[in-house]
Design a protein around this ligand. Structure first.
Ligand SMILES: Cc1cc2nc3c(=O)[nH]c(=O)nc-3n(C[C@H](O)[C@H](O)[C@H](O)COP(=O)(O)OP(=O)(O)OC[C@H]3O[C@@H](n4cnc5c(N)ncnc54)[C@H](O)[C@@H]3O)c2cc1C
Length: 465
């Protein structure tokens, strides 16, 4: 048991404050080490963490004795389920990003730019790696930040399962930087194929992983390619793109009801995507994905979108974790053995009422953010905390302009309601608007929606640079 009483925490804060001033001697401090009140730190401003810190900031903004702090390795927030659109160019990330500093000012929390690389659960401190600018010049040195209450929501990334060549040759879509790296390669390949002026030239993209990321990316690439002629790519036809999805399970979207996977596969095949199910990948090379049967699937670009695992520093810092490095939590989302430390979203392992795993989805991160906020506030008032109960409202998969397919009600009613078409599209879009509303407030979200309409009507629909 590593939780500490208030006196010990004050002593720790004093010692960590001096560590902070040692670590940053001679440099600009980004984290005020003079603060003597209670500090609640949220690490990771993604789908779950940002909603959490906004709730806490609003709650405690008038309290001089409580400071709410968000730490993120990026200065701006992008909702992760949109990353495949950043990758294809159907969304410009600079238009959709939200500045953490602006949100901090609006909602009453502080923002600290930095990548957490370790946590001392005993000393109740976090270590932030030095921050460098684009030219490699140090902007901020290593810093130590003390906390009284900590919430970790650092997400997950795909799992390469140690397969040869994945790290070297495959792109991933776990962060905005990775999505933009993919976009740079994709856009340059489109130009290259078009400039050959030869109708037989083909761009091959192989996606490993038939979950939401893989299928949404495949459909959106076809959406972008279908518009290329409008943008002067006269020699690029839809047949110039060959997209393959390779999935080890017997069907696509293995975590969702079979009917969704079957419909998505049919729709993808209709638009020209090649789907390989029950197919394991043995190796990735610079121009192919090689299956365990020895088949070579051509890949000018390969994308690894299979499996999930949590960042390795959580385990290295002594958090109790499962086999995928995800933090194990109690029913109220506190980390096992640490009553002032919470974990939420993709980086935590948590079970539903029927004993199955809470899926790594934005919907789960959103629900966990509400319960974590409530429990942090309850603990602060000396009240008891509430257990997290996952409510599956269903899942929707967007196949870009081609279709949206999914189920509604999830496990809320007996049997789920299968939806497709514009109803599904509307609900899918509303998920992002709900996230925006939780972060910006309902009125600002309406203004953002209006702004988006104007932006769409006046700017390029596809980013090709
Ligand atoms: C392409 C794609 C499509 C998806 N589509 C859907 C969908 O349709 N529906 C759905 O429900 N889910 C979807 N998901 C999954 C969904 O995005 C995640 O489940 C959700 O974002 C998890 O939220 P989170 O808060 O746990 O983590 P994230 O949203 O990933 O946020 C993590 C945050 O932590 C920060 N961070 C990470 N490490 C550090 C560190 N060391 N120090 C400081 N900050 C750090 C990151 O910068 C980020 O801001 C999709 C995912 C992808 C990639």
């Amino acid at each position: 048991m590593a939780t500490t009483g208030p006196e010990t925490k004050t002593a720790l804060r004093q010692s960590s404050a001096s560590e902070l001033s040692i670590a940053t001697a001679g440099n600009t401090l980004d984290v005020a080490d003079t603060y003597s009140g209670e500090r609640i730190v949220v690490v990771g401003g993604g789908a779950g963490g940002l909603e959490l810190v906004v709730k806490l900031g609003r709650k405690f903004r008038r309290r001089d004795d409580i400071e709410v702090l968000l730490i993120d390795k990026n200065p701006t927030h992008i909702w992760k389920p949109l990353l495949h659109e950043v990758a294809t160019g159907s969304m410009n990330s600079y238009h959709d990003e939200a500045s953490y500093r602006m949100l901090a000012n609006k909602h009453g929390f502080r923002f600290v730019l930095g990548r957490v690389e370790a946590v001392s659960l005993e000393k109740q401190t976090l270590t932030l790696a030095p921050v460098a600018d684009g030219s490699g010049n140090e902007m901020m040195p290593e810093r130590i930040v003390a906390y009284d209450t900590l919430a970790v929501s650092v997400g997950s990334h795909s799992n390469d399962f140690g397969i040869t060549g994945v790290r070297q040759f495959s792109k991933q879509l776990d962060s905005r930087e990775q999505a933009e790296l993919f976009h740079a390669d994709f856009a340059s390949a489109l130009h290259r194929v078009n400039s050959k002026r030869d109708s037989t030239s083909v761009l091959s993209v192989a996606i490993v992983g038939g979950g939401a990321t893989g299928v949404e990316l495949a459909a959106d690439m076809h959406n972008v390619v279908s518009r290329l002629r409008e943008y002067g790519f006269e020699h690029f036809s839809p047949d110039s793109l060959r997209v393959s999805i390779v999935e080890a399970a017997p069907g696509l979207l293995p975590r969702l009801p079979d009917r969704i996977g079957v419909s998505v596969k049919r729709e993808l095949e209709r638009i020209g995507v090649e789907v390989f199910v029950s197919t394991r990948v043995a190796e990735v090379t610079d121009n192919a994905v090689v299956t365990s049967d020895g088949e070579s699937i051509p890949a000018d670009i390969s994308v690894w979108a299979a499996g999930v695992k949590a960042p390795a520093w959580l385990k290295a810092s002594g958090f109790p974790v499962d086999g995928l490095g995800r933090v194990q939590v109690d029913a109220d989302l506190t980390v096992k053995g640490y009553e002032h430390v919470f974990a939420l979203g993709d980086c935590c392992y948590c079970q539903t009422k029927d004993g199955t795993e809470v899926p790594p989805r934005a919907q789960a991160a959103h629900q966990m953010a509400s319960v974590t906020a409530r429990n942090i506030i309850a603990k602060q008032k000396g009240k008891s905390s509430k257990a997290f109960v996952y409510r599956d409202f269903g899942s929707l998969v967007s196949l870009s302009k081609f279709s949206t397919i999914g189920n509604l009600m999830g496990n809320l009613v007996r049997g789920t309601v299968f939806v497709e078409g514009w109803v599904a599209r509307l609900v899918y879009l509303s998920l992002y608007r709900m996230h925006q509303s939780a972060v910006h407030g309902p009125f600002s979200t309406l203004l953002i929606m209006l702004g988006d309409r104007i932006y769409k009507a006046t700017r390029a629909q596809v980013k090709l640079h």
